[in-house]
Structure formats: structure tokens, C-alpha cells
Design a protein around this ligand. Structure first.
Ligand SMILES: [Zn+2]
Length: 316
């Protein structure tokens, strides 16, 4: 098997397309694969679908392809405009390895989409040596397309939370399907309107806000008002993370206040905040000394000890 045939097979080219030459430049660290078609080849007319359209003229184009080991690889082809005998005019054909108008092959775009799921776009841009504007163009093509076909008729349990795109600024609200962790909707903001926007988007994707039975969120009054207005049949559950955060803050505040008058509580912060089975041997001993005092002298027991005990009963 010669080199060109090997590359034709590896690229999955089908007639009339075939690899004509493969040039590798070590200096430029790139591989150029030239693709062509034999004279007199017939193409599919993009207007009427006739398989007998003949090349009218050609125009050279190139596409970035998957790396060849550590080297950049490019496909280069003279893409024909074709003329069919049904009078459809002279039209440029679509090549099978790339989307019309894209400077990347479909496989390279698939690689980009897989990578941007796992890491920031700026990082992917750096790794692949592609400007991030070009990556965003690809993302903005595929993501709305994938969302268009999202079918959300079975959504009944929703989780919502907010995150900041920059520390303390630009809030984004995220909505998840609690059954499978799927991200359903994301939108800037964190007010009542964001919940309404989610309800509208759900409806647009065959979901039904009245069918949502449970919404899990933090205790933000805006979220709660949004849920009450837009999801009439949903019970609201506050998620454990936010409740634990509030309780831990309360326990710590009590400990701080009491530590001012109770020297025994100095340097015991984590004893009250950690799960009992995560304590070190030393911490366990200190905790036990408090529990000992509990049986002997309930009156003298610091309030934090009692509160911490109550928390560990609620959330063992
Ligand atoms: Zn035609």
C-alpha cells in the first residue's frame, strides 16, 4: 500500500476524493495532505441532487486537521464549483470532511468540542495553537444546535444554584435535572426573573413547569419567589450544603462568643465543625473531655457543646 492510499483510508475519503500527496516539514512542524479528484469526476449537484454534475472550476482551500503526533496537520484541496445539466447554475459543493465555511475538519471540531467540555476555552486555544475567537465560533455553532433538540418532557425534579463567573461578580444561575445531573439551563443573573426564564425555556423544550414536583435550591428569597410563581406544584427543598454552611457558621459564631469567657474552648474550632469520625485522636480526646463534663455538670456546659451535639444528631 502506498502512502497516499494509506492516508486516503485513514481519512475515510470516498471517491472521487483521494489523497494526492503528503508533505511533512520538520522545520515548520506541519504535515500537509493534498486532496484531489481525477479529471472528469462527477459530483452531487448541491441544488437538485443529481449525481452527474461536472467540475466547472476550482478554488484551493485548507482545513486544520487533527495533529499528526505532535505536529499540526492540514488538509488542502481544490474545491470545485460544479455545473449540472439540469440548469441549476454553477454552484460550490460541500466537502465531506468539513462544515461549509469552517477552516477546521469535522474531526478537529469534534476534538475541540470534547476538550471544551473539560477545560476553559482559553486553555484549549493555547494547547491547540488556535485563537479562542475561532473556538468560540465553533462552540456557538454546535451548542445552540444541540440545545435545540433537547427534549425535557420528563423533568420533574430540578436543582438550582448560582455561581460567579468572576469572584463576587457576574452571577450565573444554573438549573439541573436532579435525576441525572444534566445541565438544563444557564443564564446570567440570580433573581426571580432567572427562574422565570428557566420555566419558559423548559416549556420551549417540551417540558411542563406544572409537572415539576420538587425544586432544590439555596435559601435566596429571590429563588423562592421565582419557584412559587413559576412552578405551582413544586415543593422547595433547601439543599444540605447550604443548610450545613449556615449551621456551621452559627456553631462557629457561638464558639467564638463563648471562647471570650470560656478558656476551655480556645483552639477547639474544628472539633465542633468536623464530623466526629474525621477527628484526629487528639481532637477526639478533647471532645471526650467536654462530654465528660456534660455528664457531671450540665450547668457548666458551654453552649457550643450542646449545639454541636444537636447538629451531629441531625446530620450524622
Ligand atoms: Zn442540479
Amino acid at each position: 500500500m502506498d502512502q497516499s492510499t494509506l492516508f486516503s483510508l485513514a481519512l475515510g475519503l470516498t471517491p472521487p476524493w483521494e489523497v494526492w500527496s503528503v508533505r511533512f516539514s520538520l522545520e515548520k512542524r506541519r504535515l500537509d495532505i493534498s486532496i484531489g479528484f481525477p479529471m472528469g469526476s462527477l459530483f452531487t449537484c448541491p441544488v437538485c441532487g443529481s449525481k452527474e454534475a461536472k467540475a466547472y472550476d476550482t478554488n484551493e482551500q485548507s482545513w486544520r486537521h487533527l495533529n499528526f503526533f505532535q505536529h499540526k496537520a492540514w488538509l488542502i484541496a481544490r474545491v470545485p464549483r460544479v455545473e449540472c445539466d439540469k440548469g441549476c447554475g454553477v454552484k460550490k459543493i460541500d466537502v465531506p470532511w468539513a462544515r461549509p465555511g469552517s477552516g477546521f475538519t469535522l474531526l478537529f471540531e469534534a476534538l475541540i468540542m470534547a476538550m471544551v467540555k473539560e477545560m476553559p476555552v482559553a486553555q484549549v486555544a493555547e494547547l491547540l495553537g488556535v485563537h479562542d475567537t475561532r473556538l468560540w465560533r465553533i462552540i456557538n455553532h454546535y451548542v445552540p444546535k444541540a440545545r435545540e433538540s433537547m427534549e425535557l418532557s420528563k423533568v420533574e425534579r430540578v436543582g438550582m444554584d448560582e455561581t460567579a463567573s468572576k469572584r463576587g461578580h457576574n452571577y450565573i444561575s444554573l438549573f439541573f435535572n436532579m435525576e441525572n445531573g444534566q445541565l438544563l439551563f444557564a443564564t446570567p443573573g440570580r433573581d426571580k426573573e432567572t427562574v422565570k426564564a428557566f420555566a419558559e425555556d423548559l416549556t420551549a423544550h417540551k417540558g411542563n413547569p406544572e409537572q415539576v414536583k420538587e425544586v432544590c435550591c439555596d435559601m435566596s428569597p429571590a429563588f423562592i419567589a421565582g419557584v412559587t410563581d413559576n412552578f405551582p406544584n413544586a415543593n422547595i427543598t433547601f439543599d444540605r450544603f447550604h443548610i450545613m454552611k449556615l449551621i456551621n457558621e452559627a456553631v462557629d459564631q457561638v464558639r467564638r462568643d463563648e471562647a471570650k469567657t470560656e478558656p476551655l474552648l480556645a483552639k477547639t474550632r474544628y472539633i465542633w465543625l468536623k464530623n466526629q469520625h474525621n477527628l484526629t485522636a487528639k481532637q477526639e480526646k478533647t471532645l471526650a473531655s467536654f462530654e465528660g463534663s456534660q455528664t457531671q455538670d450540665r450547668q457548666g456546659l458551654p453552649y457550643a457543646v450542646g449545639l454541636s451535639g444537636a447538629v451531629s444528631m441531625l446530620y450524622p
